[in-house]
Write a protein that binds this ligand. Structure first.
Ligand SMILES: *Cc1c(COP(=O)(O)O)cnc(C)c1O
Length: 349
């Protein structure tokens, strides 16, 4: 159970030798009561420390997450959303105009956009008709310049988890970094791949507080990887990438694990109800099985239904132009009341 690729050989040389920015607070450790090192305004009217730069390495949050997830702090990187982690991975591993990455549509749109921003070719290997990985096609499409493979499980927008054996196969055979995006893992009964970090040096797992934890506004994404790669991510990121107010909000929210678990339970119960009701709507051709907090449906005249819902003030996600998703709409599970409004509107249409 391992991969013969040496992940460090994949890091761009100028990144490996990069001397990280050393912030005023980085250079100091211990207790002090007078801080005259960072050109901050000394007045702290609201007593929140908002006048001070925040902890560049977010140690408090990492300790909390370490406990919650059962993963050492040294294996955790925090970004301004997982989108920042994705961007940094491109900076670390991909050379514009030369490298390529592999993505498996239909999937999360950000991998492709990030590739384009970095002038990196995005090789698309479609999922199979049952929305699973086409392992052989992926390995055949990969070449010397394929630096990263993005796997999203549970997958957005289809909602299903990708088969464990397929992912393991790719972790062992793909000669690059395998990024597994688990943005929806907290809604799923599947085990996280974070517990395989010791077996696979080329594994990066992404998670986020934007979905199950209800903190999309705080912008906090996590990357889990081997310790050395975490150090490189920290050296490439902007020094203060998570704001002080966000760190405080997140730290307070993470203390309420019970509330979080109750919300998930309620969302999953609502999902089952919505699933049933959607199947009874005329015109709905298919309600896909989902491990996430959204449901993909295939419905006659999806585009016009999408428009009519908007006219009623209801916004869902039109995915009908997406590969393998003809006539599909993606619906997030809302509150009981919101879901009822949606079902009533769909029935009326
Ligand atoms: C929503 C989502 C994210 C979240 O990104 P953040 O930048 O952390 O808000 C990441 N990946 C997938 C697949 C998503 O659907």
């Amino acid at each position: 159970m391992s991969n013969t690729v040496n992940w460090k050989d994949l890091v761009l040389p100028h990144i490996l030798s990069l001397q990280a920015y050393s912030s005023a607070r980085d250079e100091f450790s211990g207790d002090a009561k007078v801080f005259l090192d960072a050109n901050e305004n000394p007045f702290d009217e609201e007593q929140h420390n908002w006048n001070r730069y925040p902890d560049p390495l977010q140690k408090d949050i990492k300790n909390q997450l370490s406990e919650i997830k059962g993963i050492a702090s040294s294996n955790i990187f925090l970004g301004n959303g997982s989108d920042e982690a994705i961007d940094l991975l491109f900076r670390i591993f991909c050379k514009g105009g030369e490298s390529n990455v592999i993505t498996c549509p239909p999937t999360y749109g950000m991998y492709k956009v990030s590739a384009a921003i970095h002038n990196v070719e995005n090789i698309e290997v479609s999922l199979t008709n049952d929305f699973q990985l086409d392992v052989n096609a992926i390995l055949n499409a990969a070449n010397e310049e394929s630096k990263m493979l993005f796997i999203c499980s549970p997958n957005n927008p289809t909602g299903n988890s990708l088969r464990k054996d397929d992912i393991q196969n790719l972790l062992e055979k793909f000669k690059g970094i395998v990024v597994i995006d688990e943005a929806y893992i907290d809604f799923s009964a599947q085990k996280s791949w974070t517990h395989q970090l010791e077996n696979y040096q080329n594994l990066v797992v992404l998670q986020t507080l934007s979905k199950a934890w209800g903190l999309a506004s705080a912008r906090l994404g996590m990357a889990f990887a081997n310790q050395e790669l975490i150090k490189i991510l920290n050296k490439v990121k902007p020094p203060y990438n998570i704001s002080g107010p966000s760190q405080k909000l997140v730290s307070d929210s993470l203390k309420n694990k019970k509330g979080f678990e109750e919300q998930i339970k309620s969302i999953l119960a609502e999902k089952d109800k919505l699933n049933q009701k959607l199947q009874d709507i005329p015109g709905v051709k298919k309600v896909y099985l989902t491990d996430a907090n959204f449901i993909l449906i295939k419905i006659n005249e999806a585009k016009s239904i999408y428009q009519k819902l908007i006219e009623k003030g209801i916004v869902v996600r039109d995915r009908s132009n997406v590969k393998l998703c003809d006539d599909c709409l993606r619906i997030t599970i809302g509150t009981a009341e919101e879901n009822e409004i949606l079902i009533t509107a769909l029935s009326d249409i």
